[in-house]
Design a protein around this ligand. Structure first.
Ligand SMILES: [Zn+2]
Length: 1017
């Protein structure tokens, strides 16, 4: 054990640059005495290769890094190959080529790389010799991977399932390529625009030892610098037992940029020279070294140990890596050799995020504890980055639907085995969609902060991935149903377009359910005119309606067939539809309802809910839950914020990132809505028309426990030269006392309070934008008795700006750029200008509300996939019997358990994630918040699990060996609980726990080799 002070010696020696004053107030007197926990020479796993530091000096860790956006101003491919450099200079292939040779040239140099979307592509283009050389650099710790996800994902608009998938994809590549040497110890989220608590929880569960962040609110940062709380322990779950979701969190001193005047890339704005030759008239090394020591002294005041970092890199830096590295070489030589010789106590070194973290861990301090999140992010007064929560709503929805389809694709690949990949329809696989979805999680993709052309390229990548999954889905359905059909999916069902059902008199509807329990779902398909008979998988007729709905002007009204389908867990049901000739049949058409002044009302209802509309305005005015006898006046309507006007001089205006309404009070889209009413045995709907660009259908299906609001907005008119940000607002008399609740990445719920931040006294500069939070799946308000919850079908920004009120931003169209670099206003002229979406509204008693919104949100995120076929296909193999209904599970999972992942992992292994989807204490009605125990033996119907291994969340290390560095928060140290041995017959899930397994399996048809008993890991 070595005693180490934040030594007076360091101060006494001064900063070694006589003749220049240290900027700012003198550093605080040394007060801390720190004890090292590890003896010299012992290193935690993964930290063995860290450089030597000077225990009695200030050690400045230089982190040479490049931040390579996976698409932003240019497309992913343009950035990789360096095309269109006049738009934005960036050439990742050249960066990696250049960095690798610069690392070889000088053994002390180190570099950190992050984005696997780029690195894996580069890796596959290298020769064996280069690959071996890179493996050696990784083994020696000279090339370190941080984060290691496919991309550095956004944290505000992402769903946790997609985050887990994209991290798993990148970390799996690293594990396959470099083994444990390449496993990142540190997460590195230096650019996302605000940070979610769920992201920290997921990082902790992936086994990361810490995370470094670049962007936090300017007021928060200032205070933390003053209080030396730039480094902290984040307790990222209110349900998981500490320290499971505790994550050490470091806020970087300068976002992720180098200190001013110390930037040596070819794209640096203020290119500094540093020649290191005292006889050269160009030499300014002395000045820069003194400046460096000033910066270090200044920075040290905000941090607690005798170690600080400087991020030496930036966006697409190191294309000419030698330029950076030779200057850093000189800086290190001058500071360490020359300045130390004249008394300086500053030691500067090439380091990495992990090696810096390792020194902080050795300091064995106690750290402040954070339990909330880092939203919203303001980079200065009136600069709230809360617009991107809603930017590009069409792309946000396409991403969410693609998450749904990817899970269907991966499940079928797991259930049908190799027959899914090669079959009657050709070769299909889930990998292209998996990669495209991973790219979409990037912090300029799902956020809507890329250029238009790049957003279109993201959509192109998704569409290409869908194509390969559609082949897989056809192969798998043919294999599992025993019939080769011409399967087709209709991606435009949301706008009632589906050529097969619209032109055929007879067809089949296969509905695949990706949930681990049965679902009942209304199926709605555009059809040709006439009457139809719908039969369920056992051949019994089921009730159906034909609706005749008005279309946009100039188009014929289009009939839609509606019927209720029931689909087993992780399986499908095939329904048959045939046009029949009936002498009398009824087609239902919405009827106009005339507006009446006064107190006249209109109702729609089913057995659970009644919704009442005001006939004077045409707006929703009340919701009743008939079973629970709850009544709540709810006035719902659309409004818009004036964003900014062409020619206006505000800095910055509302843009792709920033929300800055010109005035705080939104304007109504209309004072009243024209309404039509549709009532059939299966559905009741009120069609509201607010304006030429804003309409809504309020819908109640038979048996449904929520009210569905399907809104259509756009193209937003900007002829008046005003950019507009459109919201849907629900006003109620609930006494909410300033509080509201939003989800974190679709998982745990955070309590929000208007004009308030839990860790500092907020000086609110934007009463609207400064109260906006990300809503990934739900937002709710409550008075302690009743709860009004709104579920979204994509990520949106939301808030409660008055007690009892709740709003969601559904669309935005802006005429000015907000000067954050994208350099283009968010105009969305073409696709994306017209958006349709759904809000699902639940009224509940507080104690039972979670059961409602958790289970419904799960059904929305993983909705059944509808696949059509003309019918009459050949048997899969001669003599194969036709199967009209199938379940991949031998028994359903209990309602609190969600099957988060079922996917192919290796040739004979599957990845399986089981999740408890309720938070601790959340459900008091059905006891759904209790721990639950499952038996995985003989659970699946198409394969047998022969061996089971539990892993960390991203499946890149066995659970048993996943020991993380230990940190002590100021509330005290919590030891990691011991894990009982794995028993596949008894897997217990605690509230909000996710358990990840790699399962060796034998598929049914291959199960001839040996028995199918589970073998314990
Ligand atoms: Zn970035």
């Amino acid at each position: 054990m070595i005693a180490l002070g934040r030594a007076s010696g360091v101060r006494a020696g001064g900063w070694g640059h006589a003749g220049r004053a240290v900027r700012g107030p003198p550093p605080p007197l040394p007060v801390l005495f720190v004890v090292l926990v590890a003896a010299p020479g012992t290193r935690a796993a993964g930290y063995e290769t860290c450089p030597t530091v000077q225990p009695d000096m200030l050690n400045v860790h230089l982190l040479a890094h490049t931040h390579d956006d996976v698409g932003w101003i240019k497309t992913v491919d343009q950035y990789y190959y360096g095309a269109q450099n006049e738009l934005h200079h960036g050439a990742v292939k050249n960066i990696l080529d250049s960095v690798i040779s610069a690392l070889w040239a000088e053994p002390s140099r180190r570099f950190v790389y992050v984005e696997m979307a780029f690195f894996s592509r580069w890796w596959h283009q290298q020769t064996n010799a280069t690959q071996q050389a890179v493996q050696e650099l990784v083994r020696q710790g000279r090339l370190e991977f941080a984060n290691g996800g496919w991309v550095m994902n956004d944290e505000a608009a992402t769903h946790y399932g997609a985050i887990v998938d994209q991290m798993t994809l990148g970390l799996h590549f690293l594990q396959d390529t470099f083994g444990d040497d390449g496993r990142p110890r540190v997460a590195w989220h230096i650019d996302p625009f605000g940070h979610s608590r769920e992201q920290a929880s997921l990082f902790a569960q992936m086994g990361f030892d810490g995370v470094f962040l670049g962007r936090v609110d300017y007021q928060d940062r200032e205070l933390r610098q003053k209080k030396q709380e730039m480094e902290l322990v984040w307790r990222a779950s209110a349900s998981l037992q500490p320290p499971t979701a505790d994550l050490f969190t470091g806020l970087l001193p300068n976002v992720y940029d180098p200190p001013k005047h110390l930037c040596w890339d070819l794209v640096c704005d203020h290119d500094s020279s540093m020649v290191g030759d005292p006889f050269s008239p160009e030499d300014d090394a002395d000045v820069l070294v003194d400046h460096f020591l000033d910066v270090a002294a200044d920075q040290w005041q905000s941090y607690r140990t005798n170690h600080i970092v400087m991020t030496m890199g930036g966006d697409f830096h190191y294309e000419n890596a030698d330029k950076w590295f030779t200057n850093l070489d000189k800086l290190i030589r001058l500071v360490n050799a020359e300045k130390q010789a004249s008394g300086s106590r500053v030691h500067v070194l090439y380091s990495t995020p992990a090696c810096y973290l390792w020194e902080l861990n050795k300091a064995n301090l106690t750290w402040s504890l954070k339990e909330d999140d880092f939203f919203p992010y303001a980079s200065g007064p009136q600069q709230f980055w809360t617009g991107y929560f809603s930017s590009r709503p069409a792309l946000k929805r396409y991403e969410r639907v693609s998450y749904n389809f990817l899970q269907v694709c991966k499940q079928l690949e797991a259930l049908a085995g190799l027959a899914a990949n090669m079959g009657p329809y050709g070769s299909g696989d889930s990998a292209p969609l998996e990669e495209a979805m991973a790219v979409l999680q990037h912090h300029d993709a799902i956020t809507g902060t890329s250029r238009q052309l790049v957003a279109e390229d993201y959509a192109r990548q998704l569409a290409a991935g869908w194509g390969r999954c559609e082949v897989l889905l056809s192969n798998a359905l043919a294999r599992l149903s025993g019939s080769q059909e011409a399967f087709s999916i209709c991606p435009e069902l949301n706008i009632s377009v589906c050529p097969l059902s619209q032109t055929s008199a007879r067809f089949q509807v296969a509905i695949y359910n990706p949930l681990a329990r049965k679902v009942d779902r209304m199926v709605r398909l555009p059809v040709s005119a006439g009457a139809f008979l719908v039969k369920d998988p056992s051949g019994h007729a089921v009730p159906s309606d034909v609706l005749l709905l008005p279309q946009p002007e100039g188009q014929k009204p289009s009939p839609e067939l509606l019927f209720s389908a029931s689909v087993p867990a992780l399986g499908f049901s095939i329904y048959s539809v045939a046009r029949v000739s009936l002498r009398r049949f009824k087609t239902h058409t919405p009827q106009p309802i005339s507006q009446k002044p006064g107190s006249a009302v209109l109702n729609i209802k089913n057995e659970h809910i009644r919704a009442t509309f005001n006939l004077e305005t045409g707006f929703l005015m009340q919701i009743e839950d008939l079973e629970q006898k709850l009544v709540l006046p709810v006035n719902q309507s659309f409004f818009w914020y004036k964003a900014s006007r062409v020619g206006q001089k505000i800095s910055p205006p509302s843009g792709a990132y920033i929300f800055k309404p010109h005035q705080q009070k939104p304007l109504p889209v209309s004072d009243s809505a024209q309404i039509h009413l549709l009532k059939t045995p299966l559905v009741q709907e009120v069609h509201q028309n607010f304006s030429a660009w804003c309409s809504q259908v309020v819908r109640l299906y038979h048996g449904q426990r929520h009210l569905e609001l399907e809104w259509t907005v756009g193209p937003i008119p900007v002829g008046d030269k005003w950019g507009k940000e459109v919201i849907s607002r629900f006003d109620t008399p609930l006494d909410t006392k300033g509080y509201f609740y939003t989800d974190s990445n679709g998982r745990e719920i955070l309590k929000r309070r208007r004009n308030y931040r839990p860790t500092w006294n907020l000086n609110q500069t934007e009463p609207v934008a400064g109260n906006y939070y990300p809503v990934n799946t739900r937002i709710y308000i409550t008075d302690g008795k009743k709860q009004l919850t709104v579920l979204t079908d994509r990520s949106q920004g939301g808030s409660s700006l008055q007690d009892g009120s709740l709003e969601l931003m559904v669309h935005r169209r802006l005429l000015l750029d907000d000067n954050r670099g994208v350099g283009e206003p968010l105009l969305e002229e073409g696709s994306g200008s017209w958006v349709r979406g759904r809000h699902l509204v639940l009224l509940d008693a507080v104690g039972t509300a979670a059961a409602g919104h958790r289970l419904l949100a799960e059904k929305e995120v993983l909705a059944p996939q509808v696949v059509l076929a003309p019918g009459g296909g050949a048997p899969y193999q001669p003599g194969t019997a036709r199967r009209m209904q199938f379940s991949g599970l031998c028994r359903e999972l209990p309602p609190s358990v969600h099957l988060l992942t079922l996917a192919r992992w290796g040739p004979e292994t599957l990845l399986l994630r089981l999740e408890h989807q309720f938070a601790s204490g959340e459900d008091s009605g059905r006891n759904l918040s209790s721990p639950v125990t499952l038996n995985l033996q003989s659970l699946f119907s198409t394969f047998t699990i022969t061996h089971l291994q539990e892993t960390t969340l991203a499946a890149n290390q066995p659970w048993a060996s996943g020991s993380r560095l230990k940190w002590t928060p100021d509330t005290g140290f919590t030891p990691t609980p011991t894990v009982p041995p794995l028993d596949p017959a008894s897997i217990t899930l605690q509230p909000m726990e996710i358990r990840t397994f790699v399962a060796s399996v034998q598929w049914e048809e291959f199960a001839w080799s040996h028995g199918g008993d589970l073998v314990q890991a």
